[in-house]
Ligand binder design. Structure first.
Ligand code: C2E
Ligand code: MG
Ligand code: MG
Ligand code: MG
Length: 284
């Protein structure tokens, strides 16, 4: 991990480092209990068709409501879960919850789940996913697994086997945060991704402009030619919707549309959409 390496270069001891270590240690201990104590929940953020404005899927994003520390973001505890191996249990639980929620939605709406590399390399990883699907009675084609390029850095054999086994059963894969890692075209060539998610640093924020626009355009052109869909992450304004559409993205996700919401609100967003269709349906 680049983050860990960077931190260890601060060789002298300082109080903020100790606080950080104590906090990580606490998180590690408490994470094991959090599932049983019902402190974790899955929120869902819509992924919208930029042509029709309709919700095509939801990305499942884990939240931890800690009794003392308040709401913890996945960036704070997923790395700890990875270092300690808790990610395997946690990941299976997340997939099961996401599949269960998706089974309640209309059939043309799917769910996306983020997977850590460690989870994929664990023995029986594919089985964990298939069990979650079976228990929820969810069609595997409605599950999309989001992976980042860090997955391919080493041990490509286990990864390839995992992806092949699940793709054969209809599960789809999306390449997440594209543009921040190695962005090697080799991965796109070797694995059956159905989507590329362009990282939000190209969509909103200080580094967005003519250059990022041209990069999105090039990724979209390549991806579309290869039969993939291109998702723009982190859309916050209508101007950004226009820009990414213009650049060739067909799907969008971001605060402009909605933040991640609890499952009952996700269901409400979908019901609302059906209501919007009613006048048209009655006229037809
Ligand atoms: P990600 O997969 O790239 O997820 C998108 C992140 O961007 C989410 O942060 C989401 O809330 C945030 N986001 C969405 N729209 C906007 C926007 O318009 N503006 C801004 N500034 N941010 C936006 P979140 O939920 O904090 O998750 C962070 C990362 O943690 C995720 O990045 C993913 O890598 C990881 N993660 C989240 N849930 C899980 C999980 O269940 N399992 C695993 N292994 N990783 C997870
Ligand atoms: Mg993701
Ligand atoms: Mg992402
Ligand atoms: Mg991200």
């Amino acid at each position: 991990h680049a983050k860990v390496a960077g931190r260890s270069q601060t060789s002298f001891f300082n109080p903020s480092m100790t606080r950080e270590l104590v906090r990580r240690r606490e998180i590690e201990d408490e994470l094991r209990l959090a599932i049983m104590r019902d402190e974790l929940s899955i929120f869902f953020q819509p992924i919208v068709d930029l042509g029709t404005g309709k919700i095509r899927s939801f990305e499942a994003l884990v939240r931890w409501f800690h009794p003392e520390k308040g709401e913890l973001r996945p960036d704070e505890f997923i790395p700890v879960a990875e270092e300690t191996g808790v990610i395997v249990t946690l990941g299976n639980w997340i997939t099961a919850q996401a599949a269960r929620a998706c089974a309640q939605w209309p059939e043309d709406v799917s769910v996306a789940v983020n997977l850590s590399p460690l989870q994929i390399r664990a023995p029986g990883a594919a089985l964990g996913i298939l069990n979650a699907l079976r228990e929820a009675k969810l069609d595997p084609r409605r599950l999309e697994l989001e992976v980042t390029e860090t997955l391919f850095v080493d041990d490509t054999h286990a990864t390839a086997a995992f992806i092949e086994e699940l793709s054969d059963r209809g599960v789809r894969f999306a390449l997440d945060d594209f543009g921040t890692g190695y962005s090697s075209l080799g991965y796109i060539n070797s694995f059956p991704f159905s989507k590329i998610k362009v990282d939000r640093s190209f969509v909103s924020g200080p580094n967005v402009g003519k250059k990022s626009d041209a990069i999105i355009r090039a990724v979209a052109e390549m991806g579309t030619t290869l039969g993939m869909e291109i998702v723009a992450e982190g859309i916050e304004t209508i101007e950004q919707v226009r820009a990414v559409r213009e650049a060739g993205c067909t799907l969008g996700q971001g605060y402009y549309f909605s933040r991640a919401v609890p499952d009952y609100l996700a269901a409400m967003l979908l019901a609302q959409e059906r209501d919007d269709d009613l006048p048209k349906a009655l006229m037809a």
